[in-house]
Design a binder for this molecule. Structure first.
Ligand SMILES: [Zn+2]
Length: 259
């Protein structure tokens, strides 16, 4: 019976907001509360639960969830230390698991760390080991860092802006996770760094020019070896060294095909 860990940490900061964000700004749910909360909201974790519910032999290991999508300022050192401690100690308490799903946003910044999500994933890796798959869902406005990619086996991102596919993104992440857990696929990722920051109406996925790229990504996802694909244009207000646009594909087994 696969034991699947679930953890969540979503924040989008604005480096230019002079009011720092704090731990108290987050909606925090822990343990079974994480599942109970997400039964009633159509976010990524809820979408993942919907998929896991259909798997008779899966045991869920909910750990910790925090969310604050307010464009607050950089997270204070003290608050990030508190969040990090809570997130990681919940993971430590999980015991042995067979896979881990992380619902992240990707546009965090702390006074002490320009890549908190990469840090959380790296520490989770240290706790849970190198062998189990990590699947990570992200917002299109997330900053896809080298460390996040290194720690994740596969990344799944929103395909819509304005965002209307939170739930569906979680479903896609969980479906991919189950295929990895069942040894049906072996994800390989290729990423292209795009040194551009773009804003404006053309980023509206239903009507703007970006829609063409998103539809290409969706075609890759449903292709024969495609597992996940997307375009992330980052949050221009999270002013960190790795801020840029990224496109990526995750395919089954074949690094050359991914590229
Ligand atoms: Zn967003």
């Amino acid at each position: 019976m696969p034991r699947i860990l679930i953890a969540e940490c979503k924040q989008e900061v604005s480096t230019f907001n002079p009011v720092p964000s704090r731990y108290e700004d987050f909606r925090v749910v822990t343990g079974e509360q994480l599942i109970a909360f997400h039964r009633d909201v159509r976010e990524e974790v809820g979408g993942a639960l919907h998929v896991f519910d259909g798997e008779a032999d899966v045991e869920l290991v909910p750990t910790y969830g925090a969310s604050s999508i307010t464009s607050g300022g950089v997270l204070t050192a003290e608050s990030y230390a508190r969040l990090r401690e809570a997130f990681l100690s919940a993971i430590e308490l999980a015991g042995t698991v067979d896979a881990a799903y992380f619902a992240l946003h990707g546009a965090m910044q702390a006074e002490t760390d320009d890549d908190p999500e990469g840090d959380l994933l790296a520490e989770a890796r240290r706790i849970l080991g190198e062998q189990i798959p990590f699947v990570v869902s992200l917002d299109i406005h997330g900053i896809l860092t080298d460390k996040m990619l290194e720690m994740a086996d596969a990344v799944v991102v929103f395909h819509t802006y304005p965002h209307i596919d939170f739930f569906e993104t979680g479903e896609r992440a969980a479906k991919l996770m189950m295929r990895i857990v069942r040894d049906v696929v072996r994800p390989v990722t290729a990423r292209v760094k795009i040194p551009a920051l773009v804003r404006g109406d053309e980023m509206i996925t239903a009507s703007g020019a970006i829609g063409e790229c998103i539809r290409m990504a969706q075609e890759i996802e449903v292709g024969i070896s495609g597992l996940s694909a997307g375009v992330m244009w980052g949050n221009p207000f999270t002013d960190v060294p790795e801020l840029r646009s990224n496109s990526f594909v995750v395919v089954n087994g074949d690094e050359a095909a991914a590229r």
